[in-house]
Design a protein. Structure first.
Length: 89
């Protein structure tokens, strides 16, 4: 995936807030992932319509952080999740 990719969750995968545990969970068939706070912010912007470049721009603006750093973190995370087949783009 690159900044022109439009990430989405495959069928059966969803991001959900677990009220009991008070944390966000990425649910996939027979698996669950607990993303860190930064991961949650990234995944909450995944809607199957927005390009990664725009997600990176939004996060860089929201956190007043250098875009290059945000881009590196976002791209690393989406590549990892794509390899685990819980994100596609």
């Amino acid at each position: 995936m690159d900044e022109t990719s439009i990430p989405s969750f495959p069928r059966g995968v969803r991001l959900r807030h677990d009220e009991t545990r008070g944390q966000w969970v990425l649910l996939a068939p027979e698996r669950a992932f607990v993303p860190d706070e930064i991961g949650v912010e990234i995944l909450r912007l995944v809607n199957g319509e927005t390009r990664l470049g725009r997600i990176i721009d939004a996060l860089a603006e929201r956190y007043a952080a250098p875009r290059e750093e945000i881009a590196a973190d976002v791209l690393a995370m989406v590549h990892e999740l794509a390899a685990k087949r819980v994100l596609r783009g």
